[in-house]
Design a binder for this molecule. Structure first.
Ligand SMILES: Cc1cc2nc3c(=O)[nH]c(=O)nc-3n(C[C@H](O)[C@H](O)[C@H](O)COP(=O)(O)O)c2cc1C
Length: 175
């Protein structure tokens, strides 16, 4: 029996396939850097916590971010055509929770905590980040539940060298 025949009703019922649960458990075992991805422009200011950030190439310097299509920030990012990836130090754990929506702050209000400046695209850069990558969107496509957004880096602000914030086993850690 093929795999699709083994779970014939999962699409119709909305039930999760075991593969998705196993995938998330598997990914929880991997350690990841924690970033706050921000944007600003005509569509407004927005930001969210992300671990799905990956370098693509250094020529031209580019990275990709995966953002849930249901996220409020996704529309702002795509409409502004720009974003900034701010890699968090361990001391900024509170910001990770705020930008993950765990404190109830939404939209612009998330920026009332932390010190922010603007780089070339106008997207907010966190002054205490380990590094901030200022990007213009060069490509984007939807893969099922997520926008995969590629940003060409137009500016990099190197921060202080200090312990990074890590997410592993569904908890934050200081390296
Ligand atoms: C550690 C951690 C990592 C996350 N990584 C991502 C991610 O890579 N992509 C994503 O779309 N959401 C991710 N999320 C969830 C978003 O941060 C969360 O849904 C947020 O509230 C979205 O805000 P928005 O709806 O205002 O855009 C992550 C959450 C946590 C706690």
């Amino acid at each position: 029996m093929s795999k699709s025949q083994a779970t014939p009703n999962s699409a119709a019922t909305g039930a999760e396939s075991p593969d998705a649960i196993l995938f998330r458990e598997g990914m929880s075992r991997a350690a990841a850097a924690v970033h706050v991805v921000t944007t600003d422009g005509e569509a407004g200011r927005a930001g969210f916590t992300a671990t799905a950030v990956t370098p693509v190439t250094d020529s031209p310097a580019s990275l990709l971010v995966c953002v849930n299509t249901a996220s409020r920030s996704a529309q702002a990012l795509l409409a502004n055509r720009a974003f900034c990836v701010n890699t968090l130090g361990a001391e900024d754990l509170a910001l990770a929770d705020i930008f993950a929506g765990r404190t109830g702050l939404q939209g612009q209000d998330r920026f009332t905590v932390g010190a922010w400046e603007k780089l070339e695209t106008g997207s907010p850069a966190l002054t205490t980040s380990l590094v901030s990558f200022d990007c213009r969107i060069s490509d984007a496509r939807v893969v099922a539940t997520h926008h995969v957004i590629i940003g060409e880096i137009v500016g990099i602000r190197l921060g202080e060298r200090k312990p990074p914030l890590i997410y592993q086993g569904r908890h934050y850690h200081k390296l």
